[in-house]
Design a protein around this ligand. Structure first.
Ligand SMILES: Cc1ncc(CO)c(N)n1
Length: 217
């Protein structure tokens, strides 16, 4: 079995809570109150800033130019992803400057600094184990919404769904999965256990991130 599939299975309860979180299902059906979506999206802008730093760290930790290139391409795709956030916020009258000055939520701080710590303290494989649930999960969420045809025609969040279902994002997520696969190719069982623990923790952080959107904290 592919390592990514194995890691998802190894975190299965949390993975299901992540993909099918109440926040996601309401967003998919267009019933999520706008205030929850706004809170989530503003925090996600801050999240993506630190998430990009994690790929900067992956550039630094790279052993080959190919790995360096892969990480650098993800930074580029995140710069495209935040255009979604900027355009939603512009509609709500919130500028880029205001976004950057927002107070960061505990869920955002916990998740992003955890990812960065995994990278600073651990191997490149450990950094990718912390990074992967983000990309693989959002790719799966958008596919799940489309496969189950959850979204009504007038969904105010359709732009968000389309962004993550787009070939560009799906490709970027697949690349991150492929890098993790490659980095896990020759690792020992005890290293794999460490990778699983990190992957599961990051998945729990994703659940907490959706919950932050619902709780407005
Ligand atoms: C919290 C979070 N996880 C994953 C993604 C996908 O990039 C995102 N934008 N935010």
């Amino acid at each position: 079995m592919l390592t990514c599939q194995q890691l998802i299975q190894g975190s299965s309860i949390h993975w299901k809570n992540y993909i099918e979180h109440h926040f996601v299902l309401q967003l998919a059906q267009g019933t999520l109150p706008i205030i929850n979506f706004q809170h989530y999206l503003k925090q996600d802008y801050l999240y993506l800033f630190h998430y990009s730093r994690a790929f900067g760290l992956a550039v630094y930790k790279a052993d080959t130019f190919a790995q360096m290139n892969a990480a650098q391409q993800v930074v580029q795709s995140i710069l495209e992803e935040i255009e979604l956030h900027i355009s939603y916020c512009k509609e709500w009258g919130i500028s880029k400057e205001e976004l950057q000055q927002l107070s960061e939520s505990p869920a955002c701080i916990a998740y992003t600094r955890y990812v960065l710590d995994c990278g600073m303290h651990g191997t490149l494989a450990e950094l990718y184990a912390a990074i992967a649930p983000c990309a693989l999960g959002y790719a799966e969420v958008s596919r799940m919404i489309n496969e189950r045809q959850l979204s009504p025609s007038n969904n105010p969040y359709q732009k968000w769904i389309d962004n993550y279902a787009s070939p560009g994002f799906q490709h970027s997520a697949a690349q991150i999965g492929a890098t993790l696969e490659q980095l896990c190719q020759f690792i020992t069982l005890s290293q794999l256990q460490k990778i699983q623990e990190i992957f599961t923790t990051a998945t729990r952080m994703e659940v907490a991130f959706w919950q932050m959107g619902l709780d407005l904290n």
